[in-house]
Design a protein. Sequence first.
Length: 126
Amino acid sequence: MMAAGVLALGIASSLIVLQRGLQALDTARNLTNATQVMQSEMERLRLLNWEQVEQLEQSHDATVATDNGGGGPGLTCTREITDYKTDMKQIVLTATWRGVDGRSHSARMVTRYGKNGLNDYFYTVH
């Protein structure tokens, strides 16, 4: 009887550990997908010129396409472009998703975009 109780406790503990491991795997997989989507969007934005970035900011279109970046079905990504200072924008990408356990997760990526390129960023940000 004692051996059966110890065996049942061991099996129950291993099932809990397995469940937590699968949740961690799901979170890591979704975080990787979110990071790939955000990095792809950042690279796309870096190819735009100053006028195109300003037009994108003024359009108030905050959604980022997640279908071509490998995002899962529940992954959403938004973009926020704001004036950081004269001739410099701050771009914030936020990805959100629900894990297999139903909990909400999010990741953010932030960069700055200088009107005159990296030289503007390195020599004017304090």
